[in-house]
Design a protein around this ligand. Sequence first.
Ligand SMILES: [Zn+2]
Length: 472
Amino acid sequence: MSVLISSLEVKDIRFPTSLEGHGSDAMLLFATETFAMGVNMPARTVVFDTIRKHDGKSPRNLLPGEYIQMAGRAGRRGLDTTGLVIILCKGDVPEISDLQAMMQGKPTHLESRFRLTYTMILNLLTVAVIRVEDVMKRSFAEFHTRKDSHQQEVELKTLSKQVESIKKVSCYLCQEDLQEYYNTCKTLNELRYALQWTSITHSQIKALSIGRVVVVNTEKHVHALGVVLSLYAANRHSKFKTLVICDKQSQDRNSQSNEVPARKLKVKMVLKTNLYQPEGICWHDVVELVASDVYEITSKTLDVNAEKILSDWNTRQIPRFRDKAVSQYTSVVVQELLRLTEDNPEGLPALNPVKDLKIQDMDFVEKFIKMQSLQEKVTDYKCLMCQALNQHFAEHDYNMELKEKVKVLYYQLSEESLLLLPEYHQRIQVLEKLNFIDNKMSLQLKGRVGCEISHHELILTELIFEFFCRKS
Ligand SMILES: [Zn+2]
């Protein structure tokens, strides 16, 4: 048995050589932290003499990252099934919370120190075979965006093939202007959402307050009136409860059916539809919505007792209370919503953010006017007469999503997406302006001088040239 005592730094070139000779039969190795952290030296068991260290300022426990680095050496690949880590308790037993923080704590976030420097750029420009873009691609800074690049390439290939095989819709009406109609719908949805968002988050008037009547547009409830029942926290994923009117029979059917829902459209169709009117007995549903499920915020509010309605609804969700009579609070609101629907089949006046909320922001008003004009136009498309518009629209939507995916992947794989690219371009501009390089990116005299300087290369080069210019 041989015992090696390592008090040397890893930098010491003799150390690994001396270790090699003993490598096979080294039973025990005392190592410094530097060694344990830095050299690939697997062991069966790792013993910590202490978990405290002095970091130059004060003594502290090992950080999770440091601990993992060293403890991770336990267990040799192909030789041991498990590795053992022992912590010596020379004085007191360490606190369990300290151990937990050290062993299971979040490792320190590694941050790339890769910086583009002028010297680096100048030096790389002298080597024709290495491009600065390639160096950036391989840097740790780009690691997170580039680590899936192989998978992305495969995906891009398959998707591109699919895109190539897309056929034009074989429908004479949709051929006319489905594309334009689709784009208008997309713009309208985006505008509507952006405007609604501003109204919803408006500081003075909370447009989505309890009792506000809204037009709901989800897969289940199309263009149906509803009333907001719970407070809305202004964030995009926040959900709020809404009571929506529906048909009793279809509601019963829905709760039983196990149908696989159709693919969700990326762009919702904008149609001039009347408000949903229940055919049979008017019933209600309480749903959780996100802001984008609201098609329109109307100017109408109802006086509701949200708490009572919700507790009534929740009770009736329990199977044995399913047939319990609907409470007065609920039925009054449902009747009121039905009456509003019948009185205004084409829809209730929408909350006008410019007039009602007095939002005067220029950008906002512009968007609002654009939306109104698009809304008038949206009913004029020829494809709207197509009997199979729903199907054709869905097909087109699917194809557009494919194309979009290809575009995104293409961008991610391209050099355009490099995080450091803008900085690189800026630096190139500076170098060109200062005559370090010419407009074809070949090095000039100043550039060649700059190559040799590693700190403050631009200032020093400029000073050197200034000095020589004055002298001559
Ligand atoms: Zn068609």
